[in-house]
Design a protein around this ligand. Sequence first.
Ligand code: NAD
Length: 293
Amino acid sequence: MPAKLIDGKAYAEGLRARIGAAVATLKKEHGLTPGLAVVLVGEDPASKVYVANKAKQTVEVGMNSWEHKLPADTSEATLLALVDKLNKDPAVHGILVQMPVPKHIDSAKVLNAIDPAKDVDGFHVVNVGRLSTGQEALTACTPVGCVMLAKDTLGDLTGLNAVVIGRSNIVGKPVAQLLLAENCTVTIAHSKSKDLPGIVRGADLVIAAVGRPEMVKGDWIKPGATVIDVGINRIERDGKGKLVGDCDFASCAAVAGAITPVPGGVGPMTIACLLYNTVKAACAIKGVKAPGM
Ligand code: NAD
């Protein structure tokens, strides 16, 4: 039996519709319009597209959106001054500085300058610490999206063996923390792990966040397991450009119970979860209960 396809695009569309309804309720009942400010430093083409998509989707759900585009030679001090201004602006509930920033800027310093209450990317050490100690936190968007898809597919995740491949601060570590909070038994594998196929074979739930095209093969997957593929890798095949994940889709789908495609799986969840975090942040700042989303 081929695996069920986990349709992240459809799930993200539904989530955005629920966020739109939540925003309408907040406007009507509390006079609150959540607002997201995105800061882009430099001319990276992929970042420009990503920032434009964020702004478009923010407006589509009825929220306020601000884009701050700064030249590549912007000093760290100027960027920090802008972050400080946004921290103090009561109309702004979410601040996102698009990564990567140019090399002369210390990204950790910038991320930690954002007010943790407005840190909708969930990268501030306070939010990372809150997540790892089981406290309410704004949590990185892609990991939140992965867990939403896993729960939508499997229901309660309690007791499942989850293997996360990758230990980055933006995906691997936070998704492992979220799965731990869902009562999974979590293994984090990485580039120095021994016998990766053997580790993955023990997983009921595999989250691949590596950045290596089609690395995970079907014979690594336990029959019936759920596979969430975070990887986005651009490759050349048959003379054409193509996006593939970290999992070899055909062989994994032949064995797995359910699998996310690339594109159309985890990818669309990231911006939807950014909007979700912005609504959460706005409600927490205003001191109102977030509507169900
Ligand atoms: P990263 O480079 O920061 O981290 C990669 C991790 O993979 C590292 O922890 C490393 O230890 C591990 N790794 C590398 N080679 C390995 C190997 N041979 N075996 C086992 N582990 C290995 O990458 P990242 O930022 O976490 O992103 C991972 C992938 O997810 C990339 O393809 C990226 O494009 C994609 N991504 C997608 C989204 C999205 O869908 N919106 C968001 C973020 C990242």
